[in-house]
Design a protein around this ligand. Structure first.
Ligand code: LER
Ligand code: MN
Length: 262
């Protein structure tokens, strides 16, 4: 039986977001490969400053796939947002995300729409217009977009899987799915396993972190039931470790992997 794959989130540049591996990305990627992962997820502020050929060489040598490209640092570090008040900021955001889409086309992976959508709850219609346009660019490049429900303390725009599913249905495009992050779900969903069950057809990718955002087993998220359900629904995407590097990067990598051997 084909199974879900494991990946670990590695940032290609320094960031204040602490649930990703930072420091030397080459040695981080090599360590993840040696620990037996199937892929890495790349957090990328600006694809134009990435040496794609060098990156691809490292990935090929390590025999790693790429689960997705994260874009949140373009929001956190550069202030880009799809729903910014200013039209010129929105256009620069579209342009930046087009470069993420080109990178994703090269690496054969989806692009995440997380915090880059902005934070203002009232901007859902604007987000819809911006995303429809972006989804059409992505479709031409054969790339999928993943909208990630994010908890209320980080954004007011799309906190739950059911809101996000309704939003995606309204877009009426075929290449946008849900990224389900158990850390956010533990805050926003009444029943995490039931939520996976309700939306499994639209969930194309998962971020796995326990309730305190550390590796599975350190909190109260029921990963065994989640994986049993997703196995039954024939989920063959990734479980990506977007976790705090605690007690340190290497231990977090090993402990996340170890959890899935049980
Ligand atoms: C990104 O995947 C995420 O989960 C957010 O918490 C980033 O702020
Ligand atoms: Mn996430």
């Amino acid at each position: 039986m084909k199974r879900a794959k494991l990946s670990y989130v590695v940032s290609l540049q320094d960031t204040r977001f602490s649930a990703v591996a930072t420091g030397g990305w080459i040695s981080n990627i090599r360590f993840v490969a040696k620990a037996g992962y199937d892929g890495v997820e790349l957090a990328v502020r600006d694809p134009q400053i990435v040496d794609l050929v060098a990156l691809n060489n490292v990935l090929n040598k390590c025999k790693l796939g790429v689960s997705a490209i994260g874009t949140g640092q373009a929001f956190l570090a550069d202030g880009l947002s799809l729903t910014a008040q200013s039209k010129s900021v929105r256009e620069r955001t579209h342009k930046r995300l087009s470069t993420h889409i080109r990178m994703a086309q090269y690496l054969h992976c989806p692009v995440i729409i997380g915090l880059i959508r902005g934070r203002d709850r009232d901007k859902l219609a604007l987000l819809g217009r911006m995303l429809r346009r972006l989804a059409s660019d992505a479709d031409a490049a054969n790339v999928d977009l993943l909208v990630e429900p994010i908890n209320r303390y980080e954004t007011g725009l799309l906190n739950t899987c059911s809101e996000t599913a309704a939003f995606i249905r309204d877009l009426g495009v075929g290449n946008v799915g849900i990224l389900a992050d158990t850390f956010h779900m533990n805050i926003e969903e009444a029943d995490i396993v039931q939520t996976f069950s309700n939306h499994s057809g639209m969930i194309k990718h998962c971020h796995f972190a326990d309730s305190g955002r550390k590796y599975p087993g350190t909190g109260h998220v029921d990963f065994v039931s989640i994986m049993k359900l997703l196995d039954e629904r024939k989920y063959i995407g990734y479980y990506a470790a977007e976790i705090l590097q605690e007690p340190n990067f290497k231990t977090a990598v090993m402990e996340f992997k170890k959890f899935f051997k049980k």
